[in-house]
Design a protein around this ligand. Structure first.
Ligand SMILES: O=P(O)(O)OC[C@H]1O[C@H](OP(=O)(O)OP(=O)(O)O)[C@H](O)[C@@H]1O
Ligand SMILES: Nc1ncnc2[nH]cnc12
Ligand SMILES: [Mg+2]
Length: 185
C-alpha cells in the first residue's frame, strides 16, 4: 500500500509519537501505547484523516463498523459518524445488555471473553472490524467469528499498529490492513 504525500506525513507523525513501555503489563511484553500519541491533537486529526482516506478508497460500500472493546472504540465511532454507517461494539464479558453471543479468546498476555449483541448486525451486511493493534490475532479472530455468527460479512480487519513478530495475521482468514508495522517483538 502506498500513501500519498499528505497521508505519508500523517503516518510518520503518528509513528513518531507512539509510546513504548517495556515489561507492561507483564515481563517480556513491549507495550505500544497509542494513547501517548493522542495526547497531541494534531496526531488525533492526522490519524482520523489517514483512516478515513483508506476506508473511503478501499471500502466504499461498507455498511457497519465493528470496534473492539476498549481501544477499538476510539476509531469505530469516529469512522461510523464520518461515513454515516452503523457502529457496533464487541465487548468484554458482562457489559452488553440483551441477547449476546460469546466467544472465549487468547491474547498476547492472557485470555478473555468477547460478546456481540445477536441483533446488532443484519444477515449479509458488509462489515469492517477496527482495533488499535494486532498482536497474536486472538481478539480479531474472536470478533470475526462473532460477526459471522450474526450473519455479517467481514470485508477486512483494520488496525493502526501491527506487531509482525507475533504473526497474528496467520490466525485470521480475512484480509488485515495495518498502517504501522513493528518487527521488534
Ligand atoms: O492480537 P491480540 O493478541 O488479541 O492482542 C491485541 C489486543 O490486545 C489489546 O487489547 P486489550 O484487551 O489488552 O485491552 P483494551 O481493553 O485496552 O483494548 C489491543 O487493544 C488489542 O485489542
Ligand atoms: N504489545 C502490546 N502493546 C499494546 N497492546 C497490546 N495488546 C496485545 N499486545 C500488546
Ligand atoms: Mg484492545
Amino acid at each position: 500500500m502506498t500513501f500519498d504525500s499528505a497521508d505519508q506525513e500523517r503516518l510518520d507523525l503518528l509513528k513518531s509519537k507512539i509510546g513504548e513501555y517495556p515489561n507492561f503489563p507483564r515481563d517480556g511484553i513491549l507495550f505500544k501505547d497509542i494513547f501517548t500519541a493522542f495526547r497531541d491533537g494534531k496526531v488525533c486529526v492526522a490519524t482520523k484523516h489517514l483512516m478515513l482516506n483508506y476506508i473511503r478508497k478501499n471500502h466504499p460500500s461498507v455498511e457497519v463498523v465493528v470496534g473492539l472493546d476498549a481501544r477499538g472504540f476510539l476509531f469505530s465511532f469516529m469512522i461510523a459518524s464520518e461515513l454515516e454507517i452503523g457502529c457496533v461494539p464487541v465487548r468484554k464479558k458482562g457489559k452488553l445488555p440483551g441477547e449476546t453471543t460469546k466467544v472465549e479468546y487468547a491474547l498476547e498476555y492472557g485470555t478473555d471473553v468477547f460478546e456481540l449483541q445477536t441483533d446488532s448486525i443484519k444477515a449479509g451486511q458488509k462489515v469492517i472490524i477496527v482495533d488499535d493493534l494486532l498482536a497474536t490475532g486472538g481478539s480479531l479472530k474472536a470478533a470475526t467469528e462473532l460477526v459471522r455468527k450474526a450473519g455479517g460479512v467481514v470485508q477486512e480487519c483494520i488496525v493502526v499498529l501491527e506487531l509482525q513478530g507475533l504473526n497474528g495475521r496467520k490466525n485470521l482468514d480475512v484480509p488485515v490492513f495495518s498502517f504501522i508495522q513493528y518487527d521488534d517483538e
